[in-house]
Design a protein. Structure first.
Lengths: 256, 364
């Protein structure tokens, strides 16, 4: 059974159709990329999956349940985590606390026991602390645990955002342009990192990316969209030679 | 080990503070006692405002309204039936209130609970809004509450207000409530719930994507704040013994915002210090409102002159300490001990190096 399934999803903003009749399936353990020219609706598809927008038509199924129109926090609870195109770390919290926010959704103690620091809450908080630290160790950021997130280099901020998303224990991870603004070496490291967490955390990863080096290097399956519609799907080699993809990216000569 | 030391220090500090309160209660005149009580009330106002704005990032201007609810509950539940009759001479009081008299502690709790309930009800629709829109909506609600107070004659005695409220508030009640407020707010913001609130402040979209229920946490901040504002309102009513709807104009909210900004958004220490400084300075500046001379220049007494000076002070703080006096920093024992030992080390550096080595050895 597929983990994520989008069934003829449509999203309209007034007269503009941002996503038109988009369908796809993601199998557990898969690493799939979503590419397309600027403004083609990639991030809108992510926002439809994570509940920031509700689809105008069509349905989104996750793990067998209909999640279309659910709130973002409910969808995260169901097991979908994401990162953002522009880094959105919590500036007022340190690196460790940023990750601990991702653990908050599993907290069982009520606010009263948190204020009174009853044993139940204290134990949970300690466990949260330990798990967050272990997660930072797993992504090699443990030595920066008490730093301000803004003090981190760009590549590590990206990594921290991924670690924070992992703290919610997702089954599906959505990465919105994880390599944006990275130099080739950082992008290389990121590719390895993505492959590492895919195995280590038994994830399914769906990513948007502009750097073809990243996409072609690691993703066995690529979906290409333009103007909100899927124009191609398949292995990297097929996509590279697909005439519609080339057309969408480079345009066509009118009097050829 | 370390946590234990800090707990002992905190308990010690509270004991010393309690001793100071006893001393103040015995040796200071009623004028100064009232000022110290007001310091506590404004500390509560400012700390709770900080919880909503400084930590959860919701710009709410409903403080005066919540304080009014607390104050009126505090007044109506403590006034004796004879006093109530004397107050409500135009129109009789609602029958169920006429003979109702409740001891002070339950009164404070009821005042807090009612403010919290109304605060949550107000927040329910208002929290769909963000930023400036939330500020305008809550400001509106605060004014609506005041208009209700003016027009609900049988309940509130309308614009004439309530007089002869028993002066139950003393230093122990007011500072006791302030310490409980600081304790609860501090514990809350340091907990996992507090981290979620700060996450909402820093980035709502990211917080929600991490599974934080925005509405639940915002309502929580509102309800906790409103509870303690209500308590502070009741303390206030039982301190100044006369209240009317005009006391709770939006200017009260602006004062609280001003104090909190001065102390530092996101610093409880800042709120407490700024609230006390503000209250005391405003009293010390009172002579300015009467006539005085600078050389041959005669300045006539202008009522409200203090507020001009306060505005200038606020302007000064915003220009030169943009994050307030404390920024987001908090007082902590670790900081104090670190600061003191650093000072000591400087001294011993100038004296003998071997001494410092011995000190270090002792420490380890």
């Amino acid at each position: 059974m597929s983990l994520l399934s989008l069934r003829s999803v449509v999203k309209r903003f007034g007269g503009l159709t941002a996503v038109n009749n988009f369908s796809t399936e993601l199998q557990p353990g898969e690493l799939c990329a979503l590419i397309g020219p600027n403004g083609s609706g990639k991030t809108t598809i992510f926002n439809l999956i994570t509940g920031i927008y509700a689809p105008t038509e069509g349905k989104v199924f996750f793990d067998g349940y209909d999640i279309s129109g659910k709130k973002p926090n409910e969808i995260t609870r169901a097991g979908i985590a994401r990162t953002f195109q522009n880094i959105r770390l919590f500036k007022g919290l340190n690196v460790l606390e940023n990750v601990m926010v991702g653990h908050h959704l599993r907290l069982k103690s009520d606010p009263f026991s948190a204020v009174l620091q009853l044993p139940g809450y204290v134990a949970e908080d300690r466990k949260m602390h330990e798990e967050a630290y272990e997660l930072l160790q797993a992504v090699n950021l443990a030595h920066l645990a008490d730093k301000e997130p803004t003090a981190l280099p760009y590549g590590q901020q990206r990594k921290l955002e991924i670690a924070r998303a992992l703290a919610t224990h997702p089954k599906l991870l959505l990465l919105d342009e994880p390599a944006a603004g990275m130099n080739p070496q950082e992008a290389e490291e990121l590719m390895e990192f993505i492959l590492h967490i895919l195995k280590a955390f038994e994830l399914t990863i769906f990513l948007i990316e502009h750097q073809m080096r990243v996409v072609m290097g690691i993703c066995p399956r690529i979906i290409v969209i333009d103007h909100g519609e899927q124009i191609a799907e398949g292995k990297p080699e097929l996509i590279q030679n697909n005439s519609r993809v080339i057309e969408a990216y480079l345009g066509v000569t009118e009097n050829a | 080990m370390k946590i234990k030391r800090n707990t002992i220090l905190t308990i010690g500090a509270i004991a010393v503070f309690y001793g100071l309160l006893i001393a103040a209660d015995n040796f200071l005149n009623t004028y100064w006692l009232r000022i110290l009580n007001l310091c506590a009330v404004f500390t509560i106002f400012s700390v709770t405002f900080n919880l909503i704005f400084g930590y959860t990032g919701q710009f709410s201007l409903g403080h005066a309204g919540f304080a009014a609810i607390g104050a009126y509950v505090g007044a109506l539940l403590t006034l004796s039936s004879a006093q109530k009759q004397a107050n409500f001479f135009l129109q009789p009081i609602a029958p169920f209130l006429a003979n109702l008299e409740v001891p002070f502690l339950p009164t404070l709790i009821i005042a807090g609970l009612l403010a919290a309930i109304i605060g949550s009800l107000v927040a329910w629709p208002a929290l769909r809004l963000r930023g400036d829109y939330l500020a305008i909506a809550t400001l509106g609600f605060s004014e609506i509450i005041r208009i209700f107070l003016v027009n609900l004659q049988p309940l509130t005695n309308g614009a004439m207000g309530l007089k002869g409220i028993p002066e139950y508030t003393n230093l122990y009640w007011s500072w006791g409530a302030a310490i409980v407020t600081i304790f609860v707010v501090k514990r809350l913001i340091d907990s996992s719930y507090g981290r979620a609130m700060k996450a909402i402040r820093d980035d709502e979209v990211a917080a929600e994507a991490l599974g934080v229920n925005l509405f639940k946490h915002k309502i929580m901040a509102f309800a906790v704040s409103a509870f303690f504002i209500g308590v502070a309102g009741a303390l206030f009513a039982n301190l100044i013994s006369t209240i009317d709807p005009k006391v709770f104009l939006f200017t009260l909210t602006y004062q609280i915002v001003g104090i909190t900004v001065m102390g530092g958004m996101g610093s409880i220490t800042g709120s407490a210090v700024a609230a006390s400084l503000y209250t005391i300075f405003l009293e010390l500046l009172r002579p300015i409102e009467s006539q005085f001379n600078i050389g041959s220049l005669v300045i006539p007494g202008i009522p409200g002159m203090r507020m001009v000076i306060f505005s200038l002070l606020l302007l000064f703080v915003i220009l030169f300490y943009r994050k307030g006096l404390f920024g987001q920093k908090e007082f902590s024992w670790d900081w104090l001990i670190g600061f003191l030992s650093r000072k000591n080390r400087k001294k011993s550096n100038q004296a003998l190096i071997s001494d410092e080595a011995a000190e270090k050895e002792q420490k380890s």
